[in-house]
Design a protein around this ligand. Sequence first.
Ligand SMILES: [Zn+2]
Ligand SMILES: [Zn+2]
Length: 390
Amino acid sequence: MSFTKNPNKNWRIIENVAFVCAFGFIMYNLISTYWRYAYASIKGHGYIGAIIDPLRTHEYYKSFISVMIILNATCILWEILRLIIQLLKQERGNTHDYHKFKRIFKQVSINYKPSFLALLILELLPKLFFIHMFWIWLPHIQKIGLFTINLKWYSWVYAYLCWEFSTWIFHFSSHRVRFLWCLHAPHHAPTELNMTVNWVHFFAESYYSTIVHLLILTPLGVKPVMFVAIMSISSVWGVFTHVSERTLKKGKLGLLQYLLITPAHHRVHHAKNPLYVDTNFATVVPVWDWMFGTLQPYKEEVSADYGLTRDLDVTNFWDLYFGEIIWLYRDVKKAGSIKDKLLYIVMPPGWTPVCSSNTASAMRRDFLKSNPALGITSKNRLMAAIKSLS
Ligand SMILES: [Zn+2]
Ligand SMILES: [Zn+2]
C-alpha cells in the first residue's frame, strides 16, 4: 500500500524537475569522464594505465577493479542509451504531441528516477550533515582488535571470508529487523533492474553497514588496508550483478555460478516471489548463504517479480525513499502497548501482534511446503548424501 495515494501534485513536479537536473548532471559526468579516460588510454594512461600500472607493482586486485569499473561504466551508458533508442523506436510514427513525450518520460522515470535521485541525495546529504562514519569509528574500533593478520595471500582469503560474513550479517539483519529494513527497502523498491539500481540506498544505510563491518572485521584481525581493498572489489562486482536482462539475458555466467554471486543470483535477491524473498545475501562469494541455508538458485520456471510487496508507484520517489519509515511510525503509533511498539521496531517486516504469517520467511516456508523441489540446493543434496551413508 502507498502512504500517499494522491501525492501532492506540486511535490511530484519538484521531484521530476530534480530528476531531469540529476539526469543531465550525472549523464554529463559519466560521458565526459568516460571519454577523458578512453582518450587518455591512447597515450597509455587513462583506462589502459589503470589496468597495466598495478600489474607492475603486483597489485593485481587494482587491475581487476579497473577492469570492472570500465565494464560497469560501459554497461551503464549502454543500458541508458539502449532504453532511450528503444523508446524512440516504439514511438516512431506517433504524432509529436505532449502524450508521446509523457510516455517516454514515464518509462525513463520507472527505470532511472529512483537511482538518479538516490545518487543525488547520497552525494549531497553526507557532505552537508555528516562526515564519513568509517574514518570517525576506525581509531576507536581498532582498539578492540585482538590481533592483526599479515598480508600473505592466505590472509587475503581469510579476510575475504570475514568480509563476506560481516556482509551476510549486515544484509540479513537489514531484511529481518523492521527498523533496519526501513534503511534498506529503497534498494528493493525498483521494479526494473539495471546497473544503476546499485546506487539506490538510503543515505544512512552506509553508516550502519560500516559499523557492522568494522565491529566484526577488526576483532578478527583484518587490517584497514585490506578492508578498503576488499570493499572496492565487492562494490564493483555489486554494481555488475544488477545488470539488466536486456543486457545479459540469463546472467548465470556458466561455471562461475557455482563459485560467485552472479546477476541471476542477485535477481533472485531482488524478487518478491515467495520462493525468492530473503535469499542470496552475499555480494561476491555465496559461502555463508550456502552455510546458513539462504542460497537460492534462479529457477527458469519462476520468473522474478521485482519490487516491494506493498503497492508502490516507483516514480513516486518520496514514497519509495521514506515510505517504509512512515509506515513503521504509523504502526508504532497505533500499537496498544509498549511491548508491541518495541516489537514492531525489531520484528521482521510483515509482523503484527496478531499475525506473523505475513513475514518473508513465513511466506517462503509455506511456498516450499507445496513446492519442496524448487528450494533444493547443493547443500541439501550433500546433507542427504551424508545421511544416506550413515
Ligand atoms: Zn537486500
Ligand atoms: Zn541489489
